[in-house]
Ligand binder design. Structure first.
Ligand code: GDP
Ligand code: IMO
Ligand code: MG
Length: 428
């Protein structure tokens, strides 16, 4: 038996999808435990590029069962569209399972996401506008609709009528917009319920059985620890707990079942949306990183903000999650830089900080203090053995490993399956 959590360690888009696809070769189950369709996990397999938003990135392996866990918020329309397009590419959907306890993202969530963002003006968070925040708000306000409710047609109508009346008061009286129609939503969602019924099940019981019979289970994180609602750059965060501590809750597995937590970092750092980012680069190097890394959002197509590797937030996240090992992705993107930098502390006025301040305005005022390392100026694309890396790339990675205080297990050198260096054995 082995359960391993794969957790984003920066502001998302670290390359979790590529790793999950690759590690799935050794798994029986892959489980998404939080987030929703705000995630965009790209997997390159052969000549095809897949973008997963809700479906776990293990689905390309015919023997792997994939679970959308109770901690995920699911937009049925988006999920069905994703399943359909994957089906057209020949991907088998018969081993997809959705938790009865997962909350449903409803049309009023996306409407409120947009209206709330518009009302924030320059303070906007830059959400992906898919209703994720408002859906989690309803979950914790105890007015959410869960998959199990959707399947119970009469109960669904009653719950929807109550919550929609409340949402329509907000939409019309606070935002002066048109109310949404109960009949239309009801009819549409009853249709989705019928189509999703075969996939909705007691996933917690299924996973428990799998775990006790010795199955290998991968827990697939979405977003990253710096977008975590507690530990991220609040309020510029997502609305779920993205860290390893939530992997057990969001999947329905006991905390002590998780034997290995793998943290996923890029060899540099990126962010989409608003909020402080101490090592952000602009023209010149920032653009060079964006171009070399094709740093455009999988879900929204927005240009990602790019910067040097930030070991201050990196170590903070490694400690919080208790990473057993780390993966450094996209090493090849740094191939053309004659100098690469690592931020080792922040200057805030006359203070030097080695952990990020909780106060977000203070973090925004922090100046990065850099170490400079010579670039290797040679291609690492597709390298699969540590010994084949240029010595300067090895030194850079060893320094990152030292600063993160965590063993470096995997290094990724390209988007394709297999373009990875396995430096240490993983538990799975
Ligand atoms: P995720 O959200 O963490 O799954 O990451 P995304 O899929 O949003 O973004 C990572 C992008 O980098 C994807 O387009 C991947 O195909 C790509 N990628 C992953 N690993 C590597 C790598 O080692 N090198 C390069 N050049 N691209 C990579
Ligand atoms: P993956 O799983 C990068 C960002 C949004 C915004 C903030 C809040 O692909 O790594 P939300 O819609 O969640 O309320 O937006 O979080 N964000 C992500 N950034 N990768 C993601 O997912 C993200 N999911 C949300 O850009 O800044
Ligand atoms: Mg992504």
């Amino acid at each position: 038996m082995s359960v391993m959590a794969v957790v984003g360690a920066q502001w998302g888009d670290e390359g979790k999808g590529k790793l999950i696809d690759e590690l799935s070769a050794r798994a029986d189950y892959v489980v998404r435990y939080q987030g929703g369709g705000n995630a965009g996990h790209r997997v390159v397999y052969g000549d095809t590029e897949f973008a997963f938003h809700l479906v776990p990135a293990g689905i390309l392996h015919p023997n792997v069962a994939c679970v959308i866990g109770n901690g995920v918020v699911v937009d049925p329309r988006g999920l069905l569209a994703e399943m359909e397009s994957l089906g057209q590419l020949g991907v088998d959907m018969s081993k997809l399972y959705i938790s009865e306890r997962a909350h449903v993202v409803m049309p009023y969530h996306a409407v409120l996401d947009r209206l709330e963002e518009e009302s924030r003006g320059v303070e906007k968070i830059g959400t992906v506008l898919r209703g994720i925040g408002p859906a989690y708000v309803d979950k914790y306000s105890r007015v959410g609709i869960r998959m199990a409710d959707l399947l119970d047609v009469d109960q669904f109508r009653a719950k929807l009528a109550t919550v929609l009346a409340q949402k329509n008061r907000m939409i019309t009286q606070i935002y002066n917009q048109q109310p949404l129609s109960l009949e239309e939503i009801h009819t549409e969602y009853v249709g989705y319920a019928q189509r999703l019924r075969p996939y909705i099940t007691d996933t917690e019981a299924r996973l428990h059985k799998a775990m006790t019979s010795g199955a290998s289970i991968l827990l697939e994180g979405a977003q990253g620890a710096l977008l975590d609602v507690d530990f991220g750059t609040y309020p510029f965060v997502t609305s779920s707990s993205t860290v390893a501590g939530n992997a057990s809750t969001g999947a329905g597995l006991p905390p002590r079942s998780i034997q290995h937590v793998l943290g996923v970092y890029k060899a540099y750092i990126t962010r989409v949306g608003s909020g402080p980012m101490p090592t952000e680069l602009f023209e010149g190097e920032g653009k060079a990183l964006r171009d070399a890394g094709h740093e455009y959002g999988t879900t929204t197509g927005r240009a990602r903000r790019c910067g040097w590797f930030d070991a201050v937030v990196g170590r903070f996240v490694a400690r919080l999650n208790g990473f057993d090992s780390v993966a450094i992705m996209k090493l090849d993107v740094l191939d053309g830089f004659s100098t690469v930098k690592i931020c080792t502390s922040y200057k805030l006025g006359d203070r030097e900080l080695t952990t990020p301040p909780a106060n977000t305005s203070e973090l925004a005022a922090c100046e990065p203090v850099y170490e400079e390392w010579p670039g290797w100026m040679t291609s690492t694309v597709g390298v699969t053995r540590w010994e084949d890396l240029p010595a300067k790339a090895q030194r850079y990675l060893q320094r990152v490993e030292e600063l993160l205080e965590t063993p470096l297990a995997l290094i990724s050198t390209g988007p394709g399956r297999g373009e990875t260096i396995h430096r240490r054995e993983l538990a799975l």
